[in-house]
Design a protein around this ligand. Structure first.
Ligand SMILES: [Zn+2]
Length: 244
């Protein structure tokens, strides 16, 4: 079933409740969604029903971790062997610098590492680190929803050269959980996810995010989770006992 078919089925079951438009992600009353799609979006296509691509942040964390291990190894080698090999020292400093720049750039939203998320009846898979890494959940047992944050230099520097960092809100995340394994999916414009669904748990604010999807893909993910029975539509007027 395509994303558009899922959205229309959800709208048909909830004519009086707002459902997320799968293209512009605005909340549209279920009874009006079909007309909204035809009138506002014409031939625009929805995101795929199970596979979405977006920049991931796991690869940059791996790269930084690897660089720290190499630098520590080089320091240990230099200390124990008593030989000062400038190539080893400069090489590991260079790798560490490149890794830190890549890590910082990804934190700022640079699309350096393309990732892919797949969610279907077989569970959820995040491909990261240029396809070298994979994180798989056999099933999605629980979904956590919360606000996503990033640390940014505040631009205020005192008389010294230190920069203060401020946390800025950068949208929301949906975290797919299976036991202790988790995939944290970020979206800068999450739309009406909170008022559309029940079945999720409220999560704390998070800066550690795994992949960023655009808004239409984020809605397609929600519809896929609905089809898997993880999320359920919130009925207008509340009183459905879902988390607030
Ligand atoms: Zn729309």
């Amino acid at each position: 079933m395509t994303t558009a078919e899922r959205a229309l089925r959800l709208a048909g079951q909830n004519p009086g409740s707002p459902v997320p438009c799968p293209i512009c992600v605005a909340g549209v009353k279920g009874a009006n969604l079909e007309r909204h799609l035809a009138k506002v979006h014409g031939d625009s296509r929805c995101a795929d029903e199970a596979r979405w691509r977006g920049p991931e942040r796991v690869g940059s964390r791996w790269l930084l971790g690897l660089a720290v291990v190499v630098a520590a190894g080089a320091a240990g080698f230099t200390a124990t062997s008593g030989k000062r090999d400038d190539r080893v020292i400069l090489g590991s400093i260079g790798l560490l610098a490149v890794a830190m720049i890549a890590w910082g750039a990804v934190g700022w939203g640079a699309r350096l590492f393309p990732g892919q998320l797949r969610v279907d009846g077989r569970g959820a898979v995040l491909r990261h680190s240029y396809g070298l890494g994979r994180r798989r959940l056999r099933s999605v047992e629980e979904v956590v929803l919360g606000s996503a944050w990033e640390g940014r230099p505040s631009g205020i520097s005192g008389n010294d050269d230190s920069y203060e960092s401020v946390d800025v809100r950068v949208g929301a995340y949906l975290q797919l959980c299976a036991g202790r394994r988790r995939i944290t999916v970020h979206c800068r414009n999450a739309g009406v996810v909170r008022t559309t669904w029940t079945g999720w748990q409220q999560g704390r604010k998070r800066k550690r995010l795994d992949i960023t999807l655009d808004a239409a893909e984020f809605v397609a993910l929600q519809l896929a989770l609905w089809e898997l029975g993880v999320l359920a539509p919130r009925v207008a007027g509340g009183g459905d006992g879902g988390p607030q």
